[in-house]
Design a protein around this ligand. Sequence first.
Ligand code: ADP
Ligand code: ZN
Length: 731
Amino acid sequence: MINPSFFDEGALVAVLTTQPLDRALDYKAPEGGCHLGAFVEVPLGPRKVLGVVWGAGKGDYDYAKVRSVLRVLDVAPMRTEMRSFLEKAAAYTLTPMPAMLRLATRAPGLGDPPSMRKVYRRGPDEPDRMTDARRRVLEFLAEYGDLSFTLKELAELSGVTSSVIKGLVKQGAVAEEDSPRDLPFAPLDPNLPSKELTKDQDRAATHVAEAVRAGRYGTTLLRGVTGSGKTEVYLEAVAACLSAGRQALVLLPEIALTAEFLKRVEVRFGARPAEWHSGATMTERRRIWRMIGQGQAQLVIGARSALFLPYQNLGLIVVDEEHDTSYKQEDGVLYNARDMAVLRASLLGAQVVLSSATPSLESWANAESGKYTRLDLEARFGPAVLPTMKTIDMRAETLPSDRWVSDTLKRAVDQRLESGEQAMLFLNRRGYAPLTLCRACGHQVGCDQCDARMVEHRFLKRLMCHQCGETKPMPTVCPSCGAEDRMAPVGPGVERLGEEAVKLFPDARVAVLSSDMYGSARALKAEIEEIAAGGADVVIGTQLVAKGHNFPNLTLVGVIDADLGLQGSDLRAAERTFQLMRQVAGRAGRAEKPGTAMLQTFQPEHPVIRAILAGDEEGFWRAEAAEREAAGVPPYGRMAGIILSGPDAAQVFDAANALARNVAPLARVGAQVFGPAPAPIARIRGRHRVRLLVKAGKGVTLQGAIAQWVSQLRLKGDIRLAVDIDPQSFY
Ligand code: ADP
Ligand code: ZN
């Protein structure tokens, strides 16, 4: 059926709401009619809920009983492209449409009338008496012509108190007016001069800018070591996009979205872009949502959910640090923002730039097969050179069991301290110690809600479960044998490493950076910036320090346990270790000073460690690709995880077994099912979890078969089922 683009009053419309219903419901178009895609408020039982006019009504219900749309919200209707993006994303991730719509409406008060605030501009009259303060205000306003300011801005900018301005208002010399709170963003100027690009950078920038100007879909993988100028290059693509009158989106991992980065964008384009992240206020979120919908925000810098904003004319999506695991949302709607960015761009005729120093094997393979264009920046910009990589063979070091910094590494840190440079000790383990053990009976303190060990956090003075977040006080008596004062920490976390560093380097300023030690992402980022500016001599950090931050004075990175990531059974363990080690090493020697990275390892001959050391990325990828191809796993095969969970383990297993017995829909497409087995995290928050793994050949479209397969199962009681297409972490 062809949908008309407008529905007259009384016509039947199908409205999709954010409520968990399995289909759009029929309503009558309200007085004045409504557009296809209009955001509306509709009655649902006794409530009023948000919805979108998704098409013509079905008409399978008694017309007389169909209720009317209550009102059409004063926001731009959802575009056809956006509706089909949500539908395709839902079909790909097997997500119900209402949940998809919730992602696209994550701004509060969309239905509220625009809220107003008072603004001040030059009024028609003159004050009866002129004072210095009054003159300053009037001269300031004269300088800015017709512009208006809030009371606070005007007082601050002209250096007077607000009572001076109020006085001028009474006399009619300043006019006080109501103005909508959601103001457009300041226009950006793509024609401001860029940095002078190197030949390499210029070639890449020209390529992506031309692709953007062509206005077609395409994806480019931009690879280059940290500091090679990838950001400079994609900012040129943004400039080309803005010049063409289209909107641009730059996605970053939340932690890389820093004031430093925004400042850089502001310098390039002369004004601040819109900034979408978890710390944004509700008012700011609503403003961004509305302005993007009206085309009055040209550029958004945002975390992954910025992909679901209602762009009117999106021409470019940049996914910076495209390999970053935080692009995969692991609860609620399970989607990978990188892959959904490619989907959205393909529907729009927009370009995607995937930028990384260490691309994911998925993107590398897509470039190999010609689906993506690959551009390489070979050298770091300016005199900075790649860090020298070395291993420290821990089998040859003699360390007591409660120390983790080898003498070789200690000497290297001492050297840096003497020459006034920074050193970083990297350990990807939060907390004080990963294990708390009773020395009398050997009991290990576990979580009451999961099957995980509790991790001691001295900073918080508690034990914490890193799987479910459960905490409890540190016991003084063994919960198992009752022995007193025999509980002991085993192994290092960053907090404990911090203690060791303070002892080893008594004259140095030691700072520990771990996400749980700061109240908010903002506080954490502020701390990182302060440290980068020279606020510490020895920086101790978890993987968050690896993400896109500059430490200009840092010349040594010591990796405490390079073997840590190699142990898991995760198919991406080698890839993750390779990426993380390369990235951490990339923190060293960004400015004029060359850097060194030292990896403490018990297996220096491990192929992954050798590849990291040799810097042989192509070699590493090729070997890793060959292994995955032989095993038929992603990106050379398709995978999906089915997780069933519930309070009763036997019931969950019964349900999973029932699924495993009826695999006909999967067998028809040649897919195999493995399991059920307890999920790697077998219990979270008191819920037992069982996993089935589906594997199929590369060309197979799994979603239809999986949907059919799981729909055979009637979920009883409190059992829940989640489908994870292209699982990233195997839990
Ligand atoms: P990447 O994104 O690859 O890590 P950046 O674009 O952040 O690299 O560049 C690293 C540093 O070098 C930045 O401070 C950047 O401003 C600077 N830089 C890169 N290219 C140039 C250039 N052509 N001219 C001047 N400075 C540059
Ligand atoms: Zn737990």
